[in-house]
Design a protein around this ligand. Structure first.
Ligand SMILES: [Zn+2]
Ligand SMILES: [Zn+2]
Length: 326
């Protein structure tokens, strides 16, 4: 059953629409920016029947037709943001904008003959995950192709500014949660569309994916520090609700990861694989979806500890990588 659609007005021209997701995040925030040439649609959501139903309800409530959408802009390539971009492009004929790096990642994950699923499986095996769980993760991974189809023709965000509605916003590229992730900042009003780079309440997942950023936690934290330079009165995130404690939230996220790094070092009283560390830190019962993110998060932290010279990685006799205190 589709959730009741929730739309909220923010600032002078921004509409937040909660598009349902079939996981614990519950919804992704899509934003419509009103302008004299039509609406800019930011992050349309994941392609599910519930999401389409929510869009039908929202557009009817707002009296918007497909022809009113002039452009589609994506913060990043994750399926909960990118998934419906192609569907909306078919309906509207509108251009879809994202960064070139984000598009390369979309291709790598869901392009024709993609090799990401096999590479992920090899990585997880190398880090000690059992074959039966890996098989579940593999199926889960492949199930996302339907959530992002049809895929859009993309125009790259190449300028340092983009017009959203009638206002010029600065494009700020961040990394760590998703490579080539774009935030959009409007200086005069101190508004920031921050995608998933900064979320209230939730710590954005740090994505360690084969073939991508080798140091995602370092990249994430560096991006957060770079974002501290902006004065923000209100931030519009990809999940949960718009928030005003922007600086405080960035500081909390930086502290959270420093604390978690300490926790991982403390775990290594004896050598452990990343999978053993993952189970020890995220000990609650996890769904396959959550386990994949927990493992990615674990690897990102262990890699950062290795970079800082606090842990060492070695291959054991079974051909798995084990981490030990340096
Ligand atoms: Zn994301
Ligand atoms: Zn998201």
């Amino acid at each position: 059953m589709a959730n009741q659609v929730v739309t909220s007005e923010w600032g002078e021209d921004l509409i937040q629409i909660q598009i349902p997701l079939p996981n614990a995040l519950k919804w992704v925030n899509s934003y419509l920016v009103r302008g004299s040439q039509g609406y800019t649609l930011i992050d349309p959501g994941q392609h599910t029947a519930d999401a389409l139903e929510a869009w039908r309800a929202a557009m009817s409530e707002l009296s918007i037709t497909m022809q009113d959408i002039e452009q589609i802009v994506l913060t990043h390539h994750h399926p909960d943001h990118y998934g419906l971009a192609g569907w909306f492009q078919v309906q509207t004929g509108a251009p879809v904008y994202m960064t070139e790096i984000a598009h390369a990642h979309a291709q790598m994950m869901w392009g024709k003959d993609q090799a990401a699923t096999a590479a992920m499986d090899r990585l997880l095996a190398h880090h000690g995950m059992d074959a039966s769980i890996r098989a579940e993760i593999k199926d889960h991974f492949d199930s996302f192709i339907a959530y992002v189809s049809p895929q859009p023709e993309v125009t790259y965000l190449e300028q340092s500014n983009i017009r959203l509605g009638d206002r010029e916003w600065q494009v700020i590229v961040t990394n760590g949660h998703a490579s080539g992730h774009a935030c959009f900042y409007h200086e005069a009003s101190q508004e920031m569309l921050c995608g998933d780079q900064i979320l209230p309440q939730i710590s954005p997942n740090i994505s360690y994916i084969p073939g991508s950023d080798l140091q995602p936690l370092q990249s994430f934290m560096e991006s957060l520090k770079m974002l501290q330079a902006y004065d923000v009165t209100i931030a519009y995130p990809g999940h949960r609700h718009p928030f005003r404690h922007y600086q405080e939230r960035i500081a909390d996220l930086l502290t959270h990861h420093e604390e978690r790094l300490v926790k991982f070092v403390e775990l290594l009283t004896e050598p452990k694989t990343a999978y053993e560390c993952c189970l020890a830190v995220f000990n609650a019962k996890l769904t396959v979806h959550q386990l994949r993110f927990a493992m990615s998060e674990t690897l990102a932290h262990l890699i950062e500890l290795e970079r800082r010279g606090l842990v060492r990685a070695e291959e054991n006799t079974e051909g798995c990588i084990v981490y030990k205190k340096a």
